[in-house]
Design a protein around this ligand. Structure first.
Ligand SMILES: *Cc1c(COP(=O)(O)O)cnc(C)c1O
Length: 427
């Protein structure tokens, strides 16, 4: 097994390290994990098959990984105060697929937040399994306010009679009224799923509304604000019998926990990634420390400071601001010709990484868009504070006002590299 080092791959990994070190990372769904979170992922656990759940495996030799997975489950339950959790989904999309497989039949109706208003592909988009296997309908934000109007959600729910209502988003900068959504779900006899992939870390830190008392099922990624390895999780505040009465062979009504466990494996996945599950356990352990709450508070303070700085430079934020870690900027008020695509390409040239994003009531194609999404989880992990947000806004504005001037863009890039030297990453 004495292999020659694969320099072709490792040289590229090193180049990616340099890219991450030199640039300003503003993609709202990205973060920088700790060294120990990475160490667990790069461990011998990748060698182990462990289909099934701790103590109920289809393979031998699972006595150690059983303890690791149980630790991940126990820490996650403690972190969110939930009664039940499954830590095996390979990603956020896989977690949502498992929930839908558990609670829906093909052709059932689902109601989700519109993708072009900030929702996620897995909430019913026609290009995703969720929109192909189920019948989706959508709610969105109000044109005037950029906010969700819950009366309108209720009207749509009553009209559509969905079996599953999904809340949660990828680019909505405001909090959710889970209590109101639960009333709507109860009124139409639907289950309520909260997909907290984006704000999970802020919720765990107690800085946003808590979905646990109100939502039947909660899914999340582990790699966004939660600052763990790439992966997914499913949780329930309280287990409950399947309301649609699926029976066991003995005629008992199945509990939702059993349905969800089997929807993950064997329903949608094979063997769990125990190296990633170990890494999730490490990340949950970090999130249980008091310092994680300080980190999440700083993420929120940075997002507010960055949104104010962008507004001062003449940009407008959908809904007027942010209560979480991200903001969606509508570029149309700044310039008629500046599209999301041009902004993304221009900023990438300066090593400022963002993503183009559709805005509500978008007039351009999803490949062009009129918006950009900015988030503060990654830069906050590097140690940036409120006072640095004005500097970032200046870099962004200088670049976006000079999209055709390569000399200015190269100048901004040098300034960005110089600025980020103060915030070492994986030194
Ligand atoms: C990121 C995200 C997902 C998908 O996560 P992946 O790990 O990329 O599959 C699902 N739902 C929401 C709301 C997200 O933001």
């Amino acid at each position: 097994m004495n292999q020659q080092r694969d320099t072709q791959v490792f040289d590229l990994i090193n180049l990616e390290l340099v890219r991450q070190q030199e640039g300003i990372e503003l993609i709202a769904s990205e973060n920088f994990v700790s060294q120990q979170v990475m160490d667990a992922m790069g461990s011998v656990l990748t060698n182990k098959y462990a289909e099934g759940l701790p103590k109920k495996r289809y393979y031998g030799g699972c006595q150690i990984v059983d303890q690791i997975e149980q630790l991940a489950i126990d820490r996650l339950k403690q972190l969110f105060g939930v009664e039940w959790a499954n830590v095996q989904p390979h990603s956020g999309a896989q977690a949502n697929a498992a929930v839908m497989l558990a609670v829906l039949k093909p052709g059932d109706k689902i109601l989700g937040f519109d993708l072009s208003h900030g929702g996620h592909l897995t909430h019913g988009s026609p290009v995703n399994f969720s929109g192909k296997l189920y019948q989706p309908s959508f709610y969105g934000v109000e044109k005037e306010t950029g906010l969700i109007n819950y009366d309108r959600v209720e009207e749509i729910a009553i009209k559509e009679q969905p079996k599953l209502i999904i809340c949660g988003a990828s680019s909505y900068s405001r909090d959710w009224d889970y209590e109101r959504l639960r009333k709507i779900a109860d009124h139409v006899g639907a289950l309520l799923l909260a997909d907290i992939s984006h704000p999970a870390g802020m919720i765990a830190a107690g800085l946003l509304n808590n979905p646990v008392p109100y939502c039947h099922i909660i899914t999340s990624t582990t790699h966004k604000t939660l600052r763990g390895p790439r992966g997914g999780i499913i949780m329930m505040g309280k287990d409950f019998p399947n309301p649609w009465g699926d029976k066991t062979p003995k005629g008992e009504i199945k509990m939702m926990s059993a349905l969800l466990d089997s929807a993950v494996f064997p329903g949608t996945q094979g063997g769990p990634l125990e190296h990633v599950i170990a890494s999730k356990a490490v990340a949950f352990g970090e999130a249980l420390q008091p310092s994680f709450k300080d980190y999440m508070k700083q993420v929120g303070a940075n997002a507010q400071a960055l949104s104010k700085a962008m507004v001062n430079h003449g940009y407008s934020i959908i809904s007027g601001g942010t209560n979480n870690h991200l903001m969606l900027i509508d570029l149309r008020t700044k310039s008629d010709t500046l599209t999301g695509k041009i902004a993304e390409d221009t900023l990438v040239k300066c090593d400022i990484t963002i993503n183009k994003n559709t805005v509500p009531f978008e007039t351009r194609s999803p490949f062009v868009t009129s918006g950009i999404r900015l988030g503060t989880p990654a830069i906050t992990s590097r140690g940036l504070k409120e006072e640095h947000m004005e500097i970032i806004a200046q870099f962004i504005d200088k670049a976006l006002m000079n999209t055709d001037n390569e000399a200015v863009l190269m100048e901004v890039k040098q300034e960005v590299h110089q600025f980020m030297k103060q915030f070492p990453l994986y030194a």
